[in-house]
Design a protein around this ligand. Structure first.
Ligand SMILES: [Zn+2]
Length: 435
């Protein structure tokens, strides 16, 4: 019996089965994958029609019968659902046979857009997500029980003692060491550094921004480590992140994409041409603004059929040189709501500020570890930084660049010891109080 089979028994999941399947399906051609998706979509729509009031009403209105589903193009006849729609009609998204759905769990999810949503998934969905992740470990050259350092909160470090015990056993079985990225005290950071010195980690899983701050500190102390692979999550992975991680950890960097409501959406392979969409699990569409719309083929406890989230993405038409035919997400452009509105109506995206700070060399010169841009009023902007103080010239450079795009905003700087995360637990680079 291997580790995955043991954890399956402990957690009531069936990761092993999904994993075996996904190892085969990763080589499917387009036709095979479409057929595979269609079978799953038929079941999802049948279930939604029979058991989920929201979808039953929609299908009746649209005149769609479950037996009409002959192609995945049927999705176009479904409306796009949003976080607000689910929040407002949460009861109508509750399947009337929820008690028969194994391992249904409701949890809170936030995301960088801030609004809290109660999301729900089930044992099947979690198994499928984990199986996709296990396959991703294969792509990264990571073997089961290779030692891993985990710097992510929420999913890994539970709150209730039962949860914590389960996680501790799980971490032990998986040979992982975990630290909370929400604890930025010197004690926690020193413990992480000690762990890095005392262990040969093959894998680091972390939030991008937390690992970036840590890597900066390690670089300052002239410390370097040999880690095989790094994968980040929750926040976009920027080219500057990759470069620093490669130099401090000598590691190969692998991006992945998923969000609170729908996990395991896409993973980067070792040919690094973008992230392969987990087509066995999800159908990804883009709207006219290149915003992501996802159908989760596994989740029966809260069916997400054409769920819009605020992320923008570029999906490539090219196939990857690795031979897998699944579509590639080339880039996630961050989230729609994370922007500042100029006096001239111009939108400034968080990535603009990121690039401004790096392209102006301010980030490097002033040892920038974290930043946050806040718009408290129409004509005001506050730039919070964990960095060495900027010179007047540097401030002028940043201010004049922002003003040239967004009009004559009053901009002030504040240098902080810490920038706290949002109530959802995630770091937000831009907070706009006008929205
Ligand atoms: Zn590939």
């Amino acid at each position: 019996m291997n580790v995955t089979q043991i954890t399956d028994i402990l957690t009531g999941k069936n990761v092993s089965e999904y994993y075996r399947l996904f190892r085969e399906t990763q080589w499917y051609d387009e036709g095979q994958m479409k057929a595979f998706q269609l079978e799953k979509l038929k079941k999802l729509i049948m279930h939604s029609y029979n058991h989920v009031p929201f979808y039953r009403n929609i299908m009746k209105q649209q005149g769609i019968l479950p037996e009409d589903v002959r192609s995945i193009d049927i999705l176009k006849e479904f409306p796009i659902i949003t976080k607000d729609i689910i929040r407002e009609q949460f009861n109508d998204f509750m399947p009337d046979n929820i008690k028969e759905i194994k391992g249904s769990k409701t949890s809170q999810t936030g995301g960088t857009t801030g609004g809290i949503l109660y999301a729900r998934n089930d044992a099947n969905t979690r198994s499928s997500i984990w199986a996709a992740f296990k396959r991703f470990e294969d792509w990264m050259g990571i073997k089961p029980r290779d030692r891993a350092l985990i710097l992510m909160g929420g999913h890994v470090i539970g709150k209730h003692w039962k949860d914590r015990l389960k996680k501790t056993v799980n971490l032990y079985l998986r040979n992982c060491v975990a630290f909370s990225p929400y604890d930025t005290t010197a004690a926690n950071i020193n413990n992480i550094i000690r762990a890095l010195k005392n262990n040969q980690f093959e894998l680091i899983r972390s939030y991008s921004q937390f690992l970036f701050s840590l890597a900066k500190r390690l670089q300052d102390e002239n410390l370097a480590f040999d880690v095989r692979a790094i994968t980040t999550t929750a926040e976009p992975l920027m080219p500057e992140h990759r470069a620093l991680f490669e130099s401090v950890f000598h590691a190969e960097i692998f991006d992945q994409y998923g969000f609170g409501e729908i996990g395991g959406v896409a993973f980067e392979c070792s040919n690094h041409n973008g992230m392969h969409i987990t087509e066995e699990r999800v159908i990804v569409e883009l709207n006219e603004n290149n915003e992501v719309i996802v159908t989760d083929l596994d989740n029966f406890s809260l069916p997400f059929i054409r769920y819009w989230n605020a992320d923008q993405a570029i999906i490539s038409d090219e196939t990857c040189s690795c031979g897998r035919k699944s579509k590639l997400i080339k880039k996630i452009m961050g989230r729609n709501c994370d922007y500042i509105i100029g006096l001239n109506g111009e939108f400034l995206h968080w990535a603009y500020f990121w690039h401004l700070l790096f392209d102006s060399d301010v980030a490097e010169k002033r040892n920038l570890k974290k930043f946050q841009i806040i718009q408290p009023a129409k004509d005001r902007l506050k730039i919070r930084m964990i960095a060495n103080p900027l010179t007047e010239d540097e401030k002028y450079l940043l201010v004049s660049n922002i003003q040239s795009r967004a009009g004559m905003l009053n901009i002030d700087f504040s240098f902080e010891n810490e920038i706290e995360n949002a109530a959802s637990g995630k770091y937000r680079a831009v907070i706009n109080h006008l929205l």
